[in-house]
Design a protein around this ligand. Structure first.
Ligand code: MYA
Ligand code: JJ1
Length: 388
């Protein structure tokens, strides 16, 4: 059934019942001298191109490939529209490898027709902190689909990851592959209900009018929690402490240090937003919340071309109740003109989704590890990892 995935060191559907298999790496590393030295062959019309994301022209080519050919919802009404600034942020974290930004171009026109990327991360599974690659932005141009190019891209990124002596990876997908460690649901909180209904993102509920719906989703004009403010550079150490202590509670989570927190959580306009609560009395940082900006193109609508969406990222509450903290996140997102606030049912998110009027979406997100088995998988609430 899965001609490619059956050959890979991932949990196989047929092993699901076998409880004797241990947690941890599925196969051991091989000596670096045994890692294949040259790129996998591509069909004759194409060539590999290692991408330089500091090159603005290349970045725009990557942006356009994804804007026209990346992930859509099941009814092809919306398509993710990652911005160039977001792509640079996502792909150039501390100690990134340029060799892991892998393009495929048409030899003749030099047009970028496919892409896959990895970035390095330390991810903890139970008590094991593992160096991994986070694989993302796998994309094949619509005109080149179903020609088995994706397995070539995956093998090539695997080879380049192995060359750095890294043997595990984490990735997410909307499709079921062998085999998810967990399956999460997307939840959506309307901020601009009229527009969401106009573009077909949501529907008027039964026995609801537009004006009742607008009233239902109304939010205060400013955050309610005293001491709630944007995160700044001087907060990196305090936020790192909060986040490390919090993420320790989950079965699978990133192992963030201050350098990671500076990159992944310090606010960048229209890319990532982070807020915290600083106690007005003690000036202690007690709570933290964040979201990233990922618009979607609206396909086939006469009035609107994009939806501005915020995606819940990492949130930590020690003093302000999580529900109150996230309500403030909704308020700032509304003030910043987002149309919708999205969240997965990971970590403790279930505790606020219904209360804050999120509704379940029609999309799922499956989480995977490469060459690392987690027997029986985990629940979404045991997952402390958000990929972009
Ligand atoms: S998930 C986002 C993926 N991108 C999109 O959905 C964008 C729109 N779609 C496309 O561009 C294409 O449809 C793609 C497939 C490129 C997805 N993950 O070439 P094919 C398997 C993994 O004929 P195409 C993200 O970015 C499929 O089961 N495998 O198909 C994370 C089949 O294999 P098998 C996938 O449609 C990516 C084979 O590919 C996915 O032209 C993580 C068919 O190939 C998918 N999303 O192209 C990648 N979709 O026969 C894995 C299909 O066995 C990383 N397939 O069923 C693994 C870790 C690597 C590093 C390891 C280091 C140690
Ligand atoms: O955005 C998604 N679904 C929306 C739009 C559905 C349009 C028709 N298919 C949705 N809207 C309902 C919202 C409503 C608001 C008021 C309260 C009740 C709910 O459900 C979905 C997620 O739900 N998104 C996708 O399908 C996009 C792809 C998701 C898989 C992503 C793969 C990621 C790749 C990894 O790197």
């Amino acid at each position: 059934r899965h001609k490619f995935w059956e050959t890979q060191p991932v949990g196989q559907f047929r092993d699901a019942a076998d409880t004797s298999l241990p947690d941890g790496p599925i196969e051991p590393p091989t000596p670096l001298s045994e890692v294949r030295a040259d790129p996998y062959p591509l069909p004759a019309a194409f060539e590999w191109h290692t991408c330089d994301l500091d090159d603005d022209a290349l970045l725009v080519d990557l942006y356009s490939l994804l804007a026209h050919n990346y992930v859509e919802d099941d009814e092809n009404m919306f398509r993710f529209n990652y911005s160039p600034a977001f792509l640079r942020w996502a792909l150039k974290p501390p100690s990134f490898f340029r060799a892991w930004h892998i393009g495929v171009r048409a030899k003749e026109s030099k047009k970028l027709v496919a892409f896959i990327s990895g970035v390095p991360a330390r991810i903890r599974a139970r008590d094991d902190v593992v160096r991994m690659a986070e694989i993302n932005f796998l994309c094949v141009h619509k005109k080149l689909r179903s020609k088995r190019l994706a397995p070539v891209l995956i093998r090539e990124v695997t080879r380049r990851v192995h060359q750095e002596n890294i043997w595990q990876a984490a990735y997410t997908a909307g499709v079921v592959l062998p085999t998810p460690i967990t399956t999460c649901r997307y939840w959506h909180r309307s901020l601009n209900p009229k527009k969401l209904i106009d573009v077909g993102f949501s529907r008027l509920g039964p026995r609801m009018t537009m004006s009742r719906t607008v009233r239902l989703y109304k939010l205060p004009d400013a955050p309610l929690t005293p001491g709630f403010r944007r995160m700044e550079f001087r907060d990196v150490a305090a936020v790192t402490r909060l986040l490390r202590a919090y993420l320790a509670k989950f079965v699978v989570a990133p192992d963030f240090d201050e350098v990671d927190v500076e990159h992944w959580l310090l606010p960048q306009e229209d890319v990532v937003d982070s807020y915290l609560v600083e106690s007005p009395e003690t000036h202690e940082v007690t709570d933290f919340c964040s979201f990233y900006t990922l618009p979607s193109s609206v396909l086939n609508n006469a009035t609107y071309s994009t939806l501005k969406a915020a995606y819940s990222y990492y949130n930590v509450s020690t003093k302000t109740p999580l529900q109150q903290l996230m309500n403030d996140a909704l308020i700032v997102a509304k003030q910043k003109n987002y149309d919708v606030f999205n969240a997965l049912d990971v970590m403790e998110n279930e505790s606020f989704l219904k209360e804050l009027k999120f509704g379940p979406g029609d999309g799922q997100l499956h989480y995977y590890l490469y060459n690392y088995r987690i027997r029986n998988g985990i629940k979404p609430s045991e997952l402390g990892l958000v990929l972009l």
